[in-house]
Each structure stands twice: as C-alpha cells, then as structure tokens.
Ligand binder design. Structure first.
Ligand code: UGY
Ligand code: MN
Length: 242
C-alpha cells in the first residue's frame, strides 16, 4: 500500500513541483460542472496563473476576461471554445475584454489554462482572439540541437506579452546550459519523464507534473526513458523590465 504521507511535490520560494496526488479542487465563478485545480498562482509568489480543468458533457466555462488574458489548451478529449471545436493539441487565446464559452466537452477532457495580466504597449493594438493547433506548428531545433525541438504556439510579436511553447526532448536530450533569466515559467508535462534541476536541487519529473520557476530560478532538464519528454510552458516576454 502507498504511504499517503509521501509526495514528490515541493513548494519553495522560487520554484514548485506540483504532482497530481496533491490536487485539491477550487470553485471558480462561471466555471460549472467541472473540476478545477489552480496549480500556480500569485499566492505562491508567481505573477501569472496556471490551472488544470477536467470537463464532462455538462461542463460550461464562461466569462469575460478582465485584466488577464487567458490561453486555453486541450490536453486530452475535446470541447468547443466560442463554438469552434477544439481537440487535443488545439488551443484558443482569449485577449482582455473578451467573452468566452467552453462547452460541449466529452467526459474526461483535460484543459490547461495560463492567465496573465496584460501589459499594453503604447502604439500597438491589443491582440485579437486566436485559434490554433500545435499539429500545424513546426518544431524547430533548439539552439541547433535536433534532439530538442521547440514549437512556438503564439505569434512572436510585440503585442503579445506572453509566449506558450511546446518543448520536446528526445531521450538523453538536455538543455545546453543552466538557464539563468528574468523570465518566469509555468509548465506541465504532456509526455515522458526526466530530471529537472531547479535552483541546484534535482527532481524526477514525469507526465502530469507541473513546475513553477520564478524569475532567475536556475533551470536545466534532461529527458530519460524510452520516449520523448514533452512539456508545454508559459513565459513572459516582450516588455520593458521594471
Ligand atoms: O524558453 C525558455 O526559457 C526555456 N528554454 N526554458 C526552459 O525550458 N526551462
Ligand atoms: Mn527558461
């Protein structure tokens, strides 16, 4: 029998590993008949929010974005977003001040969200609503290494102040150096396993695990096992450092 007092989850001042065994559900007004887990949030020191939502046929997520834009990504199953079918790997970006409705899900559909307060840039329009599909986004070798491939899901343009990328590592692939940077990350593993180094501490990680990395949390990852390790991650970009 498993010992219920054990978990791989950790929450530190500049990083966290959140494994599904620690989930406790939240109620979010306007999001009905669904299970919501708020995985990363400003309560832990982050400057964005990441949630994991499990949907069924009766689920309905509806609202109007206020200060925060929301990126919805279907991890598994299917639903509609503003009446457009979204299947696994597809996403919708909801800019600020925009109505959204997610519904018509199949039971067990899993949706990931990233929420970030939008920082307007003088001289540029706020981005429009955007529907996309990871299957249509090429994976480019990361810093010249074909064992690491990066798919950039949102336009790499100044009006966007957040990036969402999918990072694929072949077994044995690893970041080429320990990253030390101002940008913050939130991620969840879609596939595979490996070892993440966060602030000089080493964590075994697998599919379903989520990680928060504060600005300047030092980071490095190597993939293990027989299949690629894949995570989808958030990064704040394109704004003046305050
Ligand atoms: O975009 C990034 O900073 C990325 N290379 N970091 C990461 O995967 N931890
Ligand atoms: Mn990074």
């Amino acid at each position: 029998m498993e010992i219920s007092a054990l978990t791989r989850s950790v929450v530190k001042s500049n990083h966290a590993v959140i494994c599904p065994d620690g989930y406790v559900n939240s109620v979010v007004p306007g999001w009905t008949n669904c299970t919501v887990n708020v995985i990363i949030n400003e309560q832990m020191g982050a400057r964005f929010c990441q949630t994991q939502i499990t949907l069924n046929e009766e689920s309905r997520l509806t609202g109007i974005t206020q200060a925060s834009q929301i990126f919805f990504y279907v991890i598994q199953g299917q639903c509609t977003a503003n009446e457009q079918l979204r299947t696994a790997g597809q996403f919708v970006y909801i800019p600020i001040g925009t109505e959204y409705t997610i519904e018509n899900a199949t039971a067990g559909t899993q949706v990931l969200t990233f929420h970030k307060v939008y920082e307007e840039l003088p001289g540029y329009d706020v981005p429009a609503i955007l529907f996309g599909d990871a299957a249509n986004v090429a994976g480019n070798p990361f810093l010249g290494d074909p064992a690491l491939r990066l798919q950039v899901l949102l336009p790499d343009e100044l009006p966007f102040d957040m990036a969402v990328n999918i990072f694929t590592y072949d077994p044995g692939g690893h970041l080429p150096f320990v990253e030390t940077h101002i940008m913050e990350h939130g991620l969840i593993y879609l596939r595979g396993q490996g070892v993440y180094m966060l602030d000089h501490q080493w964590y075994p990680i697998r599919k379903g695990d989520a990680i928060w990395m504060a600005p300047y949390c030092q980071q490095w990852f190597t993939a293990m096992g027989k299949e690629p390790a894949v995570y989808i991650y958030y990064k704040n970009v394109n704004r003046f450092p305050t």
